[in-house]
Design a protein around this ligand. Structure first.
Ligand SMILES: Nc1ncnc2c1ncn2[C@@H]1O[C@H](COP(=O)(O)OP(=O)(O)OP(=O)(O)O)[C@@H](O)[C@H]1O
Ligand SMILES: [Mg+2]
Length: 159
């Protein structure tokens, strides 16, 4: 089966949030022949990862802040974002966070615990996106980092 893909390069700007809405619609159309839960997982993951790359990406002169790629190849869906971070320590912290999520056998428990933290008012808002991608979206996450760059990759089978 031939490969289908979406590629985007974005800079944070007032208009870039509309691009996330457009991307969600594009992913939905691309996945139209798949089950609704697979479509929803793809749309949610595409927007969580792009949102993160825009929120946390550091714009560097002459480059886009965030790069987004989606590949649908036969039975596999791969969504990846690339962005620059302030320091290699930030990249390492993200890689370790993703490794912790992937090591946890009960992804739902991570998500529920995070929600409980809000209820207990011991946490500031946020910190749910990657848990949702792993738990609700059933994606495998990976993070490659170095030279103040991070590449976050989400993969899953799409029956
Ligand atoms: N692309 C990225 N570049 C740099 N840091 C990132 C990136 N994605 C995530 N992070 C770091 O990982 C943390 C967790 O991300 P996650 O998406 O789970 O939650 P959030 O963005 O803080 O909140 P939410 O997604 O619930 O609005 C972020 O707060 C940020 O510190
Ligand atoms: Mg997020």
């Amino acid at each position: 089966m031939s490969e289908t893909c979406i590629e985007l390069d974005l800079l944070p700007s007032p208009g870039c949030w509309a691009k996330i809405r457009e991307l969600r619609q594009r992913v939905k159309r691309l996945m139209a022949s798949y089950d609704e839960d697979v479509q929803d997982a793809a749309v949610m993951t595409a927007s969580e990862l792009l949102e993160n790359a825009l929120k946390y990406g550091v714009p560097v002169e002459g480059t886009s802040a965030a790069r987004f790629e989606l590949r649908l190849d036969g039975g596999a869906l791969t969504i990846a974002t690339t962005n620059v971070v302030d320091s290699d320590a930030d990249g390492t912290a993200l890689r370790e966070r993703i490794e912790r999520i992937m090591r946890e056998p009960d992804k739902e428990a991570l998500y529920v615990q995070r929600l409980q933290d809000f209820v207990d008012a011991s946490a500031v808002a946020g910190g749910l996106g990657l848990y949702r991608v792993a738990f609700e979206g059933a994606f495998d996450l990976q993070c490659a980092t170095g030279n103040k760059m991070v590449v976050v990759t989400a993969r899953r089978a799409v029956p």
